[in-house]
Design a protein around this ligand. Structure first.
Ligand SMILES: C[S@@+](CC[C@H](N)C(=O)[O-])C[C@H]1O[C@@H](n2cnc3c(N)ncnc32)[C@H](O)[C@@H]1O
Length: 738
């Protein structure tokens, strides 16, 4: 357990959140600033922490917990120090209580036992009973981050979601067996608690010492205004240090802290002749240098918060989030899984009351990505925040759902678990390589109600529509998962923040148009990203509300999370935007995330179908964020071979057989032209006639554009593609394969 434990995912005390200068943290910072220095852009040091979260166990486990009591931004605040130490103690012992919005900051009173007991709770449609919030973080997919923009997201995906509503993770029996639970919890926690007590005592002691030291050096701080803006110029050494290629981190840090103080009490602490903008520009430049962000991104992120909270956010991105696994309730119960893993030397506990399937891992003697239970599909490594969109979607048994950007399947498989393998899920992803991982997870976790497909999701609902629920876990910039992928700090440019929102808007409209507003049980769309920027979240939702008056925002059912922005830097959004939810690493110890839920209340306007292929291809080329292969000529990016059905003879054979069976069922001659058959089956699958008719104009238009493009392509022709329906436009009934 160790440090990690203290950061059990959950809500930090609200007040502390905004006053990160806790003695304890500072101390850590100071240490970091010593010789070996970690921090700042030093990607190397950062990359290190993230690595462990990946499957292979051993390493992963230890650092997993963002616990790293590190984080800490160290503001000069004197008060903070004292108050903090004791609180951190409390937090470390108990999982922070999630709770309702208002409860967010409070500590969790609930103990571990209580968490186990909650496992049975169901997640009611549209309303989550869970209160706790902790987030989690990493996901199994280690690969996910590989991809460009999208990947960051994808990684999230890796984190899966997990909540089980319909099927209590622990069987009813389990739940009733409070004795057993207690024993299990006690056995696992006792040792941790002792260690934690010792550690916390030591930390408190150190914090106090640091606090005293701080008082000694900051005497009169209140009366003396920090001289931050011109500070460097008054000291030759400092100037040299701060402007050199290897700036003095300690000096930078001090100035950052001082500027935060000034900005938070500007009228009293500002220097004469200095504007707020002067200070803001200074701190953004310093944050950029200290943490290694591009100035552009540092500024964008800084403005999302108050100065001190921004510092907390940047600091939180320096430590990994806790390692979480989601119990696959299609195969086991959480308590059973926990017991088995504990027997293997894994130290864990439920992540909190808000989830009945999540387990936070503190330590492990075995690689979690290679245990027999993992291989048997009893769990998936998945970030806690990745549970949230699925919990908000709350898919019901026997429904027909679409996961538009599904790979590597963390959320799809969670949806299947909630649906108890009933109904049908279309799991789509434009990236064939990633789709392979999706199929792998579907098989491993025993999902049997899912069809995998490989389209640019903007083609929906022309591909198929009429869904009860649609999840769009959109490709994004990944600004919520910087702790996991530090490259985001410098990779994302202004161009990305123009292209991605454009793509996200197109995808969201397609998601809305793919839902059946007459669905008896659903009619919902959930939009999520692992980014915290406004243009990728509220900006996209606002656009959809304007373009599709037939949808309205509804409660996500998630009882925690920060409200979405109703206004931001001069822009105003729909008032209901506050129903959407934001998650931050510094606030909940989870990956940064955004979740919005819509209800479709009427048919989509005539002529509203997905984006034209022309736009799609254009965006793909420009984006570089994804490797979509619209026409079967996907570009192979980092990461290996394209997902080509023909590469796998077994799959090919299976697909052909399935197609034949399907045709026979439909009364179609299996030997007939596949392209015609495909067309026919599409019609049969199509949801509603009126929708088809509405999409017709755009469809024809897009077909024409496609043809034009095809003519310019020497190798493949459109007709070639049509003869291979399974390859480019086919569905793969993965579930039935095994
Ligand atoms: C955030 S990840 C999805 C993670 C996934 N939901 C999970 O939980 O495992 C975003 C995914 O969108 C896919 N993607 C990007 N552009 C797409 C598009 N136009 N249509 C469909 N999928 C797309 C990427 O390949 C990537 O797998």
């Amino acid at each position: 357990m160790g440090k990690g434990r203290s950061k059990h995912q959950g809500l930090p005390d609200p007040i502390e959140m905004y006053h990160p200068h806790l003695a304890k943290k500072r101390k850590v910072d100071d240490e970091d600033e010593k010789p070996s220095k970690r921090k700042r852009g030093d990607k190397k040091s950062k990359a290190a922490p993230a690595a462990p979260e990946k499957k292979n166990g051993k390493t992963a486990v230890k650092q997993v917990n963002g616990a790293k009591s590190k984080s800490a931004a160290a503001l000069p605040a004197k008060k903070g120090a004292k108050e903090y130490a004791p609180k951190s103690k409390t937090n470390s012992k108990k999982a922070p209580p999630p709770a309702s919005e208002s409860d967010e900051g409070s500590d969790d009173d609930g103990n571990d036992d209580m968490e186990w007991e909650d496992e049975d709770d169901e997640v009611p449609e549209g309303k989550l009973s869970a209160v706790d919030f902790m987030g989690s973080s990493d996901e199994e997919d280690l690969d996910s981050n590989d991809e460009p923009n999208l990947d960051s997201d994808s990684e999230d995906s890796v984190y899966d979601s997990g909540d089980d509503e319909a099927r209590p993770i622990f069987s009813d029996d389990d739940l009733s067996g409070s004795d057993a639970e207690e024993q299990l919890t006690a056995a696992n926690i006792a040792g941790l608690t002792r260690k934690l007590d010792l550690q916390m005592a030591q930390e408190a002691e150190e914090a106090e010492a640091e606090f005293q030291e701080q008082i000694a050096t900051n005497i009169g701080t209140d009366e003396v205004k920090p001289f931050v803006i011109g500070a460097a110029t008054t000291d030759e050494d400092a100037t040299k240090s701060l402007t050199s290629l290897t700036p003095d981190l300690a000096l930078l840090r001090t100035r950052i802290n001082d500027v935060v103080r000034v900005l938070e009490d500007f009228s009293n602490l500002c220097e004469a002749g200095r504007s707020r903008t002067d200070y803001t520009d200074q701190i953004i430049a310093d944050v950029s240098a200290y943490y290694g962000y591009s100035p552009y991104l540092a500024e964008k992120l800084f403005h999302l918060f108050s100065p001190s909270e921004a510092l907390s956010f940047f600091e939180a991105n320096e430590t990994p989030r806790p390692l979480v696994i989601r119990t696959n309730t299609l195969k086991t119960h959480r308590r059973d899984l926990a017991q088995v893993l504990i027997n293997r030397g894994v130290t864990l506990e439920p992540i909190g009351k808000w989830s009945k399937v999540g387990l936070q891992v503190f330590e492990s003697q075995v690689p979690l990505g290679a245990t027999p239970e993992y291989l048997a599909g009893h769990y998936i490594l998945q970030a806690a925040s990745s549970f949230l969109p699925v919990m908000a979607l709350a898919p019901q048994e026997n429904e027909r759902c679409l996961d538009m950007a599904a790979a590597p399947g963390g959320k799809t498989t969670y949806m299947a678990a909630l649906m108890k393998n009933t109904g049908c899920i279309f799991a789509n992803d434009a990236n064939k390589n990633r789709a392979k991982g999706l199929i792998g997870n579907i098989h491993r976790l025993g999902v049997k109600n899912t069809i995998v497909c490989n389209y640019d999701a903007r083609e929906f609902p022309k591909v198929i529509g009429g869904f009860d629920r649609v999840l769009l876990d959109a490709p994004c910039s990944g600004t919520g998962v910087i702790a996991k992928d530090a490259s985001v700090k410098t990779n994302k440019t202004e161009k990305d923040f123009l292209k991605l929102p454009h793509l996200q808007k197109q995808l969201l409209l397609a998601a809305i148009d793919s839902v059946d507003h007459n669905s008896k049980t659903g009619g919902y769309i959930v939009y999520s990203t692992c980014s915290v920027t406004v243009e990728e979240n509220e900006g996209v939702v606002e656009y959809a509300l304007k373009k599709r008056p037939n949808v309205k925002l509804v409660d996500t059912g998630l009882t925690f999370g920060v409200e979405g922005f109703v206004s931001f830097r001069g822009k105003t959004f729909n008032e209901k935007m506050k129903m959407t939810r934001r998650y931050y690493p510094h606030k909940y110890n989870v990956d940064g995330f955004y979740v919005a839920k819509f209800r479709k209340v009427g048919p989509s306007p005539v002529g509203t179908t997905s984006a034209a292929p022309e736009d799609i291809e254009e965006a793909e080329e420009e984006s570089g964020a994804m490797e979509i292969d619209e026409e079967g000529n996907e570009k192979q990016k980092e990461g290996g071979g394209a997902f080509d059905w023909s590469e796998d003879e077994e799959d090919k054979e299976m697909i052909e057989k399935s197609l034949k069976r399907y045709k026979r069922r439909k009364g179609i001659d299996p030997r007939s032209d596949p392209s015609k058959a495909g067309t026919k089956s599409k019609k049969e699958e199509a949801p509603k006639e009126d929708k088809l008719e509405k999409s017709e104009p755009a469809k024809v238009n897009s077909e024409e554009k496609k043809e034009k493009k095809e003519k310019e392509k020497p190798a493949k022709t459109k007709s070639d593609k049509k003869e291979k329906p399974a390859k480019t436009k086919g569905f793969v009934r993965v579930s039935k394969k095994a």
